[in-house]
Design a protein around this ligand. Structure first.
Ligand SMILES: C=CC1=C(C)c2cc3[nH]c(cc4nc(cc5[nH]c(cc1n2)c(C)c5CCC(=O)O)C(CCC(=O)O)=C4C)c(C)c3C=C
Ligand SMILES: [Fe+2]
Length: 348
């Protein structure tokens, strides 16, 4: 059986800590921020730990880091290793205090980041242009950066016919917007059930609703605290990194955003809820076979250029492999001991 592991339509994460990095290779995420942990308490004893951005410092490796908190719980990967976390989200249970008195006049928003996809066949070429014009997708040497857009135009036109065939075969467009909107609505409902009256926004990197559009709405709504959640379980420079780099540039130029408290969840592949959800899916699928124990579990992940991993320190491969180990451990606890393998799809 086959399991796609780089998928962005996974279950909602519950909480995690995050770290941000800036070297010349990995984008600096939402800069000029220092994280001092703030606790917002909510009704029914729910607590929200959020981080406040105000300043930054540099560590020995010339990485921009958020400071003011303890080291990350998830420090195995390069992206996290050099960085101090911001902490967000709902944990614990102790007090019963009315929500209004705790969140007060704060307006909490959650911004879900995703890739975006063409909604019609006419969208395919301009969507591909946006994708290939991103230097986190096609990385040209500094001297040749002026060629980025002409090259994007050339590749998008050349690739569009084949791409259109693919989208035509799944109904004439990408389902990503629809799926992401549904996730946003489920997350909103779930937060409200936990007495966190947050608004949830969707910001796509390469198609509507663009991240810029979501940010405009966030400003119009007067959001004062923002949680940024890329919907990619594992961090890669080419996915979450690209979205966060864009967000960073939007924040840098906007007075309202610079002073807004925000926190980012860079990856969440190791969260218990996600691992259990993946194990549930695999377990359910195995049951459809006559001899489930003989089935090979085939994990399929997106490929990223080797240079990202080996030279730029992209943690994607490490996070993916750890994620699969965790899923297999979870299956073992359920007495499911199948053979498994992981393969990376070719990057075209
Ligand atoms: C050319 C380099 C690319 C890199 C690096 C890359 C990384 C990467 N992508 C995903 C997930 C998705 N990518 C999707 C579309 C897509 N990606 C690329 C190229 C790179 N991706 C292209 C050219 C396209 C367009 C599709 C095509 O015509 O071939 C999508 C689908 C979006 C949709 O329409 O619904 C996903 C999902 C990950 C997880 C990743 C690195 C970790
Ligand atoms: Fe891709």
């Amino acid at each position: 059986m086959m399991m796609n592991c780089g998928a962005m339509n996974a279950t909602t994460p519950s909480s995690t800590s995050w770290s941000a990095s800036h070297s010349s290779k990995i984008p600096m995420l939402l800069p000029r921020a220092i994280c001092s942990t703030q606790r917002m308490c909510c009704g029914s004893g729910v607590h929200v730990d959020a981080c406040v951005s105000t300043n930054v410092s540099r560590n020995a490796k010339d990485s921009m880091v958020w400071s003011g908190t303890s080291p990350s719980l998830y420090s195995k990967q390069p992206i996290n290793k050099f960085l101090l976390p911001l902490r967000a989200l709902v944990t614990s249970t102790s007090q019963d205090v009315p929500i209004a008195s705790l969140i007060g006049r704060e307006k909490v928003g959650v911004l879900l980041l995703n890739l975006g996809g063409p909604e019609t066949l006419e969208d395919v070429q301009p969507f591909l242009f946006n994708l290939f014009a991103d230097p986190d997708i096609i990385r040209l040497p500094r001297l040749f950066r002026f060629l980025q857009k002409p090259l994007a135009q050339f590749i998008s036109v050349a690739r569009a016919p084949k791409s259109k065939e693919g989208y035509a075969s799944i109904g004439g467009g990408s389902p990503l917007r629809h799926i992401t909107d549904a996730q946003a609505e489920e997350l909103r409902k779930s937060l409200w059930e936990k007495q966190v009256p947050a608004k949830v926004y969707v910001g796509m990197r390469y198609w509507h609703p663009f991240t810029e559009e979501a940010i405009e709405q966030i400003k119009r709504d007067g959001i004062t605290k923002l949680v940024v959640l890329p919907l990619y379980p594992q961090f890669s420079i080419s996915t979450s990194g690209s979205s966060l780099r864009l967000l960073e540039s939007i924040f840098r130029e906007d007075e309202y955003l610079v002073s807004m408290q925000h926190t980012v969840i860079p990856s969440w592949y190791q969260r218990e809820g996600y691992i259990k959800a993946m194990a549930n899916l695999i377990g359910k699928e195995l049951e459809t076979f006559d001899h489930p124990e003989q089935v090979l579990i085939f994990f399929s992940a997106h490929g990223v250029p080797l240079a990202y991993v080996e030279e730029a320190g992209d943690p994607y491969k490490a996070e993916m492999e750890e994620c699969i180990d965790l899923i297999m451990e979870e299956l073992e606890k359920r007495k499911i001991m199948n053979a498994y393998t992981l393969a990376y799809q070719q990057v075209t």
